[in-house]
Ligand binder design. Structure first.
Ligand SMILES: Cc1ncc(COP(=O)(O)O)c(C=O)c1O
Length: 555
């Protein structure tokens, strides 16, 4: 049917007579009946309420974190859906969504989801998510957001105050830790170039002078060997190349060695390269380790190097009564990344980059006549966040945190994070006492990296060669490299089998060159009992692998 624009007579204006698009009766609903406005507000309410009921039911009846569905199987179901044939019915579309998404989604709220840095979310934030997508403010300018801009600014101030960054601090919400790290390093790059050349990068023209271009290949970023890969990605995106990142060795607890940092800074000085930033991590992705900020910050100050602290994960300590001291020294940072969508129990996405000196944000300020023309002399400046952001249109993610703090308060958020940190301590004790597993390091936050590596043969029936080799592998004997590789495969197999069974989801990673398993504990409802059962399941799968497959697939 050809499209015909609405007229006064067929555009519903009375909320009581607005078209209801929840049911199949509306197969011929006019396109404007889907627009959210005063005439469709009632239909919106019905659909959102029905959806919330549906989701509440789904959450209430989720028995496992994952079904173990294969990508092929879901792809087949998805292929059966013809996107050219709309359903014109929200209920039908949600029912269809069950088959391609909801039934088999990975549910982070489930206490046996222990894989990555995905937190269960708090209800006030979910309410905030509904509000922000319904009102749909855009946080670039005041004229597109009004009070939303002020709320975001208050939350930035709240965060910088907890970081003790000082009165000149500022920042902006971003799409996540990757973007926050990128922006921080962009500011560090341009501050360095500004300091070392003629300063003409200030105005947001995007034009580099010859001197600034010549400096680029000499810039270096120093960060620990355990830092997040987004640091290297940022170096590439900023035109410096991945090679510009110097990896500083870590100690046994996976924290940057300050003496090694000192040496690396001195080497830069000697070889004529320019350390543009040190990136310390407060909560490494795998180990949850926190670099010694109290030692690193004075070193950076002494060398005049920008210190960025990636607290994407550890940022939640800002709300913690018991563990806030782990962030001591962070007040010496020039910039900080905080991911509220990790340890503040916020839905994706909610992150911020915070800076000690608001003036450094000028490096992302570009003026557009239609949006944020430069303020004229004598005019009262209008608050706007686009001047501080590398995005233009931007979600009001801050609202989720706002409602969380207004409903729960920061202490309660901190208590949730504290509880998983405490659980991680108990899990470490359990793992350290379990002869079936090796655990890499005692956690500062809430991750554990460990490996099935039994000190006894996995099974009396196992052939003696395998048993001997496995014992030797524990001792690190040279002739057992092959068997260490078998253990790698056994751990990987155990993780896959566990996820496939849907009983639990855990992650894997590589530590000291060997495959390890990883728990990321972010769910306060996960118990030690859950973890012990998961360990038994993992050990069972790994043992099965070694006694059935490994002996015949040695490489
Ligand atoms: C320490 C750290 N920094 C940065 C990131 C990237 O954050 P995002 O996934 O929000 O971009 C992560 C993600 O896990 C992280 O653990």
């Amino acid at each position: 049917m050809p499209y015909s624009p609405p007229t006064d007579t067929d555009t519903p204006t009375d909320p009581d007579t607005a078209t209801d698009t929840t049911s199949c009766d509306t197969a011929t609903a006019a396109p404007w009946s889907y627009l959210l406005n005063e005439s469709t507000a009632h239909s919106y309410e019905q659909q959102i309420t029905a959806t919330a009921q549906h989701l509440a039911d789904t959450i209430a009846h989720t028995k496992r974190p994952f079904t173990g569905v294969s990508p092929q199987s879901l792809a087949e179901t998805l292929a059966g859906i013809d996107l050219e044939q709309p359903l014109h019915d929200t209920t039908a579309a949600l029912t269809e969504l069950e088959s391609v998404y909801l039934n088999d989604a990975v549910y982070f709220h489930h206490p046996r989801y222990l894989a990555h840095l995905n937190c269960p979310t708090v209800i006030p934030a979910a309410v905030g998510e509904t509000v922000l997508s319904t009102i749909n403010s855009s946080l670039d300018t005041w004229e597109q957001s009004a009070g939303a801009t002020l709320i975001e600014q208050r939350l930035i101030e709240w965060t910088t105050r907890r970081l003790q960054l000082g009165r000149a601090a500022d920042g902006v919400f971003t799409s996540g830790g990757t973007q926050s790290n990128l922006q921080a390093l962009l500011l560090a790059r341009d501050e360095t170039r500004h300091a070392m050349t003629d300063g003409s990068t200030d105005t947001g023209t995007g034009t580099d002078t010859a001197a600034q271009s010549a400096l680029l290949p000499r810039l270096r970023i120093l960060t620990s060997e355990c830092s997040h890969f987004s640091v290297t990605k940022a170096a590439s995106l900023l035109g410096m190349g991945a090679d510009a990142v110097i990896a500083i060795p870590c100690d046994e607890e996976r924290r940057m060695r300050p003496a090694a940092l000192e040496r690396a800074l001195a080497r830069c000085h000697e070889d004529g390269t320019v350390p543009m930033a040190v990136v310390a991590t407060a909560g490494t992705t795998d180990f949850g380790s926190i670099d010694p900020l109290g030692e690193i910050a004075p070193t950076c100050a002494q060398w005049g190097v920008w210190l960025h602290v990636d607290a994407a994960y550890g940022g939640g300590l800002l709300a913690s009564e018991h563990h806030r001291h782990l962030l001591d020294g962070i007040s010496g940072a020039d910039s900080v990344t905080v991911d509220y969508h990790k340890s503040f129990f916020q839905p994706l996405t909610a992150s911020a980059v915070l800076v000690r000196d608001a003036a450094t944000l000028r490096h992302v300020t570009y003026h557009a006549d239609y949006l944020n023309p430069a303020a004229r002399d004598g005019e009262q400046p209008v608050p706007n966040q686009v001047d501080k952001s590398i995005q233009t249109s931007r979600r009001f993610d801050a609202l989720k945190l706002w409602l969380t703090l207004r409903v729960m308060g920061a202490n309660q958020v901190g208590m949730l994070f504290d509880s998983v940190i405490d659980l991680a301590g108990r899990v470490w004790e359990t793992l350290a006492a379990d002869s079936r597993f090796d655990v890499v390091t005692r956690p500062q936050l809430s991750t554990l990296v460990f490996r099935y590596a039994p000190s006894e043969a996995p099974d009396a029936a196992a052939d003696s060669t395998t048993a001997h080799a496995m014992n030797s592998a524990m001792d690190g004997a040279m002739d057992c490299v092959v068997d260490a590789a078998a253990l790698d495969r056994a751990n990987e197999y155990a993780r896959d089998e566990l996820a496939g069974s849907g009983e639990a989801v855990v992650a894997s990673t590589v530590a000291d060159g060997r495959t390890h398993l990883k728990f990321t504990l972010l769910n306060p409802r996960t118990t030690l009992g859950d973890v012990e059962q998961i360990l038994d399941l993992l050990a069972g799968h790994a043992q099965h692998y070694l006694t059935t497959t490994a002996g015949t697939t040695r490489d």
